[in-house]
Design a protein around this ligand. Structure first.
Ligand code: PMP
Length: 321
């Protein structure tokens, strides 16, 4: 779909995947007006194709648009277009356990102009590709490392927008973590460097003394759709869950006094990822002997069950095509 000033969004079309032509002066290359989303289409056990809360992705895309001064998209139109696209490509939705069709909607500023101002033209594109299972065999706990020096995003900055720059700023932490043998970074808040924010591509949860705690949304944490869904599942099962600020020291303390029971991340790609090891300063915290915990396993089973159609979707989250 193209956007032109004065004309709005126009010329929606579905074409085979191919390179696109963009002017070297296109504003996205220089000033970073780029926003994106990530979601998946799943094959259900009865052969249908299922989308999980796609309306939330388009709503979040519009939040990102607002922050990045990109014109809003028509969410209902985008959802209809996505349904058409996935229906045409339904043969590309794989059906092996854990696999899916990954969907990446994105918008870029395309005006050829080196002046710093919001672009006057845009492209809104949706690309898709079959994707394998995140885990090769079952669910493997991940090792994450608390980043000390760098900050991913701050409230008031581009914070919670799902914009390219936030991911560029996170690469340095990823490099540091990888060099130390950890798979992802745990980001702390940008101001005091003491409150837990989120992990590279997932939101984070801690089970401490029977209660599940996740950092409250604060303007810099990405409002994860899996995060929101899992909070609703926990509530529906009467498992206490709190959204509040949590310091890294509280986590370290809970580990010391034996009340840190589980740590897990949530995300479209990560699904539910148990955290087996957490590194903070010189301390290496091993959680639940490096094994998946009860609540993490329950959430994993519930989420994947709803997505593959073996568990009834009592929340009204899914669209079957
Ligand atoms: N945080 C970040 C920084 C992410 O990139 C993602 C993945 N979109 C998430 C959290 C999880 O969000 P969701 O559950 O919507 O995939």
């Amino acid at each position: 779909v193209e956007y032109t000033e004065g004309k709005g969004w126009h010329d929606a079309r579905i074409i085979p995947y191919q390179p696109i032509q963009i002017d070297p002066s296109a504003m996205v290359f220089h000033y970073g007006q780029a926003v994106f989303e990530g979601l998946k289409a799943y094959k259900t056990v009865d052969g249908k194709v299922l989308l999980f809360r796609p309306d939330r992705n388009f709503a979040r895309l519009n939040n990102s648009n607002e922050r990045m001064v990109i014109p809003a998209i028509d969410e209902a139109f985008a959802l209809e277009a996505l349904k058409q696209l996935v229906t045409i490509d339904r043969e590309w939705v794989p059906d092996a356990p854990g696999t899916s069709l990954y969907i990446r909607p994105f918008i870029i500023g395309t005006e050829a102009n080196l002046g710093v101002h919001p672009s006057k033209s845009y492209k809104f594109i949706i690309i898709m590709s079959p994707s394998g299972s995140y885990y090769k065999e079952g669910i493997n706990p991940v090792k994450i490392m608390v980043e000390q020096k760098y900050v991913r995003a701050v409230a008031g900055g581009t914070g919670e927008a799902k914009t390219a720059g936030n991911y560029a700023s996170a690469l340095k932490g990823q490099e540091i973590a990888t060099a130390e043998g950890y798979s992802q970074t745990l980001w702390l808040d940008g101001k005091e460097k003491k409150y837990v924010e989120e992990v590279g591509s997932m939101n984070i949860f801690f089970k401490i003394n029977g209660k599940v705690v996740t950092p409250a949304l604060n303007g810099s944490i990405l409002p994860g759709i899996t995060r929101d869904s899992m909070i609703q599942v926990l509530k529906s099962k009467n498992i206490p869950v709190e959204e509040r600020r949590i310091t890294i020291d509280e986590v370290v303390e809970a580990n010391k006094n034996g009340t840190l029971e589980e740590v897990f991340g949530t995300g479209t790609a990560a699904v539910i990822s148990p955290v087996g090891e957490l590194k903070y300063l010189d301390e290496k915290i091993i959680i639940n002997d490096g094994k998946i915990g009860e609540v993490s396993q329950m959430l994993y089973d519930t989420l994947t069950g709803i997505q593959n159609g073996t568990i009834e979707d009592t929340f009204g989250w899914t669209i079957k095509l």
